[in-house]
Design a protein around this ligand. Structure first.
Ligand SMILES: O=C(O)/C=C/C(=O)CC(=O)C(=O)O
Ligand SMILES: [Mg+2]
Length: 221
């Protein structure tokens, strides 16, 4: 059996590409149109945290939302990647949270500005350990769950995505080169909602990964 290959995406520190509204019911719950093509954004790698660190709500935030997502880690770089060969560029996965400052996002949407502040604050991208490719048999059939203070809020599966993961990889690569160590957040299933200081978020991927994060406000740190 060939040695498993890990991609040290945290050490490599390349870009985080977020895909938005990739689950129909999530687009609907936020009163958004069902997209005809992917909507993407970038998150800085300064937003990464791992279990043991806290999610910090930026000051003046009225509404911070949880979004549990499957993250795809890129191994083989490429540009204009054909959909048919896109899966060959995947190096592994993570369970991720695309924490979102909805207060900032609403302002940005009204003004036609980017979501970089809404999506890019420190601690906005909690991630699990690296998940080897062979640990997930079918990336298009992955269960994603999230609880807040023990109450189930999100319970989705990547089989319900509007765009397939190979399509997302191909589509993104036609607009920007994908590099070794990049992370693609593939979007969140329905059930997103607010978290407050003192809350605990628990999330899981299949029966493989569980992680939890506490939520603090800036004046608590
Ligand atoms: O359109 C909005 O109001 C918000 C969209 C998102 O934040 C989308 C995602 O990040 C997602 O679908 O995962
Ligand atoms: Mg998201």
């Amino acid at each position: 059996m060939s040695a498993r290959k890990a991609v040290n995406f945290r050490q490599v520190g390349r870009k985080i590409v977020g895909a938005a509204r990739t689950y129909k019911e999530h687009a609907v719950e936020l009163n958004n149109p069902i997209p005809s093509e992917p909507l993407i954004f970038l998150k800085p790698t300064s937003s990464y945290i791992e279990q043991g660190q806290s999610i910090i709500i930026p000051k003046d935030t009225l509404e911070l939302h949880h979004e549990v997502e499957l993250g795809v880690v890129i191994d083989k770089p490429g540009k204009n990647i054909p959909e048919a060969s896109a899966a060959g560029h995947i190096g592994g996965y993570v369970l991720a949270l695309d924490m979102t400052n909805r207060t900032e996002q609403s302002k940005a949407k009204k003004a036609g500005h980017s979501w970089c502040i809404a999506k890019g604050f420190d601690t906005a991208c909690p991630v699990s350990r690296f998940i080897y490719k062979d640990e997930i048999k079918d990336f298009q059939n992955v269960s994603l769950k999230l609880k807040v203070n023990g109450i189930l809020k999100q319970d989705g599966n990547t089989k319900d995505m509007i765009f397939s993961i190979p399509f997302l990889i191909s589509w993104i690569s036609c607009r920007m080169s994908l590099e070794h160590g990049d992370l693609i957040l593939t979007g969140t299933p329905p059930g997103v909602g607010p978290v407050s200081a003192g809350d605990t978020i628990e999330c899981s991927l299949n029966d493989l990964i569980c992680m939890s994060f506490d939520v603090k406000s800036e004046n608590m740190v």
